[in-house]
Design a binder for this molecule. Structure first.
Ligand code: PLP
Length: 457
């Protein structure tokens, strides 16, 4: 029996009775009922009522090549028929993860030529955390195990991911984090820069917070610094240009490994295959997931730099870590096809040279001047709109977050899916958006802002 045999009401009742959703207040969900998305095509998703919604979030930052790509379904089908599963443990492997690892190494920044597969970004960060600690233990420095992260960082939802992340609400429900992880200030100039402080100086100050944490613990106790090149779930916080080069200089000076979490930014979102290139950083590890398969299959890849991989291979000894689905052949076949399509269609270059700049212009020209908007910012096809009650003082509406939820709900009503984090509206659309799609998004967002303003004032 397919879902078409059920009414929306019935589906919502079944959902409320049996389905616990991620990051959800289940009391609220039970009262309001869930929105059923039933199909999707290109840049649009469709709900069970037949509403067409422009997907400004690419699902959950992942559907980079858009919906309805039959080639990916075909790649999965062929692989399932030939070899639906075999593992990569005990000196075995299968062809697709082998070829995908080679492909990722070709696309990756120089010096990152080894890949460890998992099924999710959280798993990949778990691997990254264990790997850097294992690396220092192999180097004879097991006490060099502290990790520095940032407040409001999001690195996933497993115990390790939550501990690495800097979300207070999540920590509050953890009942004991992974030890030896500290969180420093985030590079969020809109709220944290001082009066008269330039962007450059703010970026340097935020980077110095990393050095302070290294010095406080002692460099011989610090394994690594981890950061999203652009903080995503925390509110598309784009650091000033001075930040990453300075963080890198500090890490090198103190022999602290640099771990980038590119689960959102990897595979083209910022106009380069990896945001490491956009921001001029040469990390020791890069965590990726989401857009590796454009979300069509669950798959993550941790890119490992030559220094760490070299030590693993020279010193030997088993790294007691891996997942049943590490290198899943079907997911890897889908990823290979996805990357092939991205290359064939030149999507990364298009974001860098055309749609990224046009998206920035749309936000600036059509949205930036709105009375509810305190700032717009973007890099590639990743953007944020700060909602404020007073443009000049940047004072927020009370309670914090309520105005952005109102904008989000009006946006969905106007056929525009975007997300609210605190009072920041977030956009991260499929990389197939054209100038016309960007114009359509601009119209719908502007209307949503007008409607929210009418409610708020
Ligand atoms: N890291 C970052 C930067 C993310 O944005 C996310 C998810 O949004 C994750 C890690 C976790 O990935 P997953 O939800 O696949 O476990």
């Amino acid at each position: 029996m397919t879902y078409q045999n059920y009414s929306l009401k019935q589906l919502q009742q079944i959902d409320a009775a049996h389905h616990l959703h991620p990051f959800t207040d289940h009391k609220d969900l039970r009262a309001a009922g869930s929105r059923m998305i039933v199909r999707a095509d290109g840049p649009f998703v469709y709900d069970s009522e037949g509403n067409e919604i422009l997907d400004g979030m690419a699902g959950l930052w992942c559907v980079n090549i858009g919906y309805g790509r039959n080639e990916l379904a075909e790649a999965a089908y062929q692989q399932m028929k030939e070899l639906p599963y075999y593992n990569s443990f005990f000196r075995c492997t299968t062809p697709t993860p082998t070829l995908l690892a080679k492909k990722i190494a070709e696309l990756a920044p120089k010096g990152l030529s080894q890949v460890f597969f998992g099924s999710s970004g959280s798993e990949a960060n778990d691997t990254a955390l264990r790997l850097v600690r294992h690396f220092w233990a192999l180097e004879g420095k097991p006490e060099k195990n502290r990790i520095i992260s940032r407040k409001m960082a999001y690195h996933g939802s497993t115990v390790a991911g939550t501990s690495l992340g800097g979300m207070e609400g999540m920590h509050g429900q953890l009942g004991g984090a992974v030890p030896n992880i500290v969180h420093v200030m985030m590079p969020y100039a809109f709220e944290l820069s001082l009066p008269g402080e330039s962007d450059h100086d703010f970026g340097m100050r935020a980077a110095r917070a990393v050095e302070d944490a290294i010095l406080e613990a002692g460099p011989d106790k610090v394994a690594a610094f981890i950061g999203e090149p652009v903080m995503g779930a925390g509110g598309v916080k784009i650091p000033p240009a001075s930040y990453w080069p300075e963080v890198q200089r500090i890490c090198r000076k103190h022999d602290v490994l640099l771990m980038l979490d590119e689960v959102i930014t990897g595979y083209g979102r910022t106009g380069h295959w990896f945001a490491a290139e956009t921001f001029g950083v040469e990390p020791d590890t890069i965590t990726t997931a989401k857009a590796l398969t454009s979300g069509y299959q669950p798959l993550s890849a941790l890119l490992v730099g030559d220094r760490i991989a070299g030590t693993l291979q020279e010193k030997g000894g088993e790294f007691y870590h891996g997942y049943t689905y590490s290198g899943h052949p079907v997911a890897c076949a889908v990823a290979l096809k996805n990357l092939e399509i991205m290359e064939k269609e030149g999507l990364v270059e298009r974001v860098r040279d055309d749609t990224g700049p046009y998206f920035a212009e749309m936000l600036r020209e059509r949205i930036g001047g709105h009375p509810l908007v305190g700032e717009v910012r973007s890099v590639g096809l990743m953007g944020a709109i700060e909602i404020v009650g007073d443009k000049r003082t940047r004072e927020r509406f009370q309670p914090v977050g309520s105005a952005a939820v109102l904008v989000r709900d009006h946006a969905i009503g106007q056929g525009m899916m975007m997300r609210a984090t605190g009072d920041t509206m977030i956009l991260s659309p499929p990389l197939i958006w054209t100038r016309q799609t960007i114009d359509l998004a601009g119209e719908r967002i502007a209307r949503a802002l007008d409607l929210a303003e009418a409610d708020l004032r």
